[in-house]
Design a protein around this ligand. Structure first.
Ligand code: NAD
Length: 508
């Protein structure tokens, strides 16, 4: 890797331009690193438990005012946020690349996704509909009303350091809630930058309650403050299944709500009739894109034995020739892993795969690419005799396990035989296979695609997965309902009081 870009200097320049005060990201004890060079780029002050609690209380006060603002007016704030994001796209996208290691187009794409959810939420601010329901009682009307919920706590992962916040923030704000965000400790700077951008929108909006949006910088302890605080009505937590297993029960214990967006172990099936050129491109992006660090990354591939020898050698060639390197230089398609732990996890999984009979291509560290503390790797493709050992788990790194199949039903069974249930795809021109994959006894994932890869979801559809992926849904469709509370209202405009189900209770 040429060290043509001074990562630390550029980080400082971007944060200055976006208006993040230096006092927030210098002089603290929580170090932040860039995976691009492995160097320390900031020192932040982490919140104490008392500060986190006070921030949540203050957010609750903001909620009490914000809920009274009409929803379309709340949408105007999110419209302004979308405008500010458009203006800041180049800088924020670049900061995403610096802090999360995404290649340039993916860093910019992440900010585009923030803009898209703002547009979606603005429209939604005039569509928070309830139903009118037929009632059995004459002279009555029954309907449902959707009300703001309260403080929404957002816990996010490093790999989508800003988009996940915006999915939650844009919907939560139009729904009349206040937001408190605990970003990943690996990506605090993009969070501070996003908050500064929102603050510009808030300043333009005018009469916004103070503390409508807050960022809590810290490690999991700051996340736990959100999880346990009685005034956080909804915890939307994105991260590993391990984290979800801790957060879910704790939130449930106090009968609050959670949206859990957890790990994936996503698979694709390549059928005999597949357009192999199309499949090749989709698989390459799905498996190697974002250096294998997407929740929707393609990790398992079942290839029919009639096309295996046409597809897999081409895939291996793509793996060996893909450019790995500095994501700040536009030629690289695969950037760094987030840190040493990710690299160690990858090597461990590859070792375990070999022990199960896997044949590994790639996976080695690209030593010349960076400093000792940056972790660039060649993506790995592993031909496995069967689905076993590490194939059954999510390793958050670019490893694609490839397996041959001859029977479609067995491939489908193996496809579903993992703990996670996030994303899936099938490559086929056979309508029976395609429809079967989408049918009740097909893919058991929250996302099931035909002739496109597992990753790269767009705003509009509800995003999330089943089983150990947590069951949450975010972003599109009617995901907004999780950010509001529903009241069923029955109004009697008659002069009698008939009871439902014909019950009589006549008093003198
Ligand atoms: P992680 O679980 O280590 O951390 C995620 C966040 O949870 C961080 O902010 C962390 O501080 C916080 N956290 C951890 N333990 C906590 C606890 N006990 N209480 C409260 N907060 C806690 O995940 P990561 O390494 O940052 O991200 C990678 C993982 O996230 C992968 O498993 C990936 O599949 C998953 N992910 C899922 C989605 C999705 O939408 N399903 C999206 C992105 C990432």
């Amino acid at each position: 890797m040429s060290k043509s870009v001074d990562v630390k200097q550029e980080t400082a320049a971007i944060l200055d331009r976006l208006g993040v005060p230096r006092a927030v990201w210098t002089g603290g004890r929580m170090a932040s690193f860039s995976p691009v060079s492995g160097e320390e780029i900031a020192n932040l002050k982490a919140v104490t438990a008392a500060e986190a609690g006070a921030a949540i209380e203050a957010a609750h006060e903001a909620f009490k005012e914000w809920r009274l603002v009409p929803a379309p007016k709340r949408g105007e704030l999110v419209r302004l946020l979308g405008e500010e994001l458009r203006a800041a796209k180049a800088d924020l996208g670049r900061l995403v690349s610096i802090e999360a290691g995404k290649i340039t187009s993916e860093g910019q794409g992440e900010v585009q996704e923030m803009i898209d959810i703002c547009d979606f939420a603005v429209g939604l601010s005039r569509q928070l509909y309830g139903l009118t329901i037929a009632t059995e009682r004459p002279g009555h009307r029954m309907m449902e009303t959707w009300h703001p919920l309260g403080v929404v706590g957002i816990i996010s992962a490093f790999n989508f350091p800003v988009a996940v916040w915006s999915w939650n923030a844009a919907l939560a704000l139009v729904c009349g809630n206040a937001i408190v965000w605990k970003p990943s400790e690996k990506t605090p700077l993009t969070a501070l930058a996003s908050q500064a951008i929102l603050e510009k929108a808030i300043a333009r909006f005018g009469a916004t309650p103070k503390n409508l949006s807050t960022v809590l910088i810290g490690d999991r302890a700051a996340g736990e403050a959100l999880v346990d605080h009685p005034k956080v009505a909804l915890v939307s937590a994105t991260g590993s299944t391990r984290m979800g297993k801790e957060v879910g029960p704790r939130v449930a214990k106090r009968f609050a709500r959670s949206i859990l967006e957890l790990g994936g172990n996503n698979a694709g099936i390549v059928c005999p009739s597949a357009d192999l050129d199309m499949a090749l491109r989709a698989i390459a992006f799905g498996a190697m894109g974002t250096a294998g660090q997407r929740c929707t990354t393609l990790r398992r591939l079942f290839v029919h034995d009639s096309v295996y020898d046409q597809l897999v050698p081409r895939l291996k060639k793509a793996y060996t020739s893909v450019s790995v390197g500095n994501p700040l230089e536009t030629s690289a398609l695969v950037g760094p892993l987030i840190d040493k732990a990710a690299f160690d996890g990858m090597q461990k999984a590859l070792g375990a795969a070999k022990a199960e009979g896997g044949a590994v291509t790639g996976g080695e560290r690209v030593a010349e690419a960076g400093k000792e503390t940056a972790y660039y790797v060649k993506p790995a493709i592993v031909e496995m005799p069967k689905q076993s050992g590490p194939v059954l788990e999510e390793t958050f790194a670019p490893i694609l396990y490839v397996m041959k199949y001859s029977d479609f039903d067995k491939a489908l069974e193996d496809h579903n035989a993992v703990a996670a249930g996030l994303s899936s795809s099938i490559f086929t021109l056979n309508v029976q296979e395609a429809e079967r994959f989408l049918a009740v006894d097909g893919s058991d994932c929250g996302i099931a695609n035909v002739n496109i890869g597992t990753s790269g979801a767009e705003i509009g559809g509800a995003f999330g997965g089943e089983k150990e992926t947590g069951g949450g849904r975010e972003s599109g469709s009617d995901a907004w309902k999780a950010y509001m509370r529903r009241a069923t209202n029955t109004v009697n405009y008659s002069k009698a009081l008939p009871l439902a189900q014909g019950v009589s209770f006549d008093i003198e």
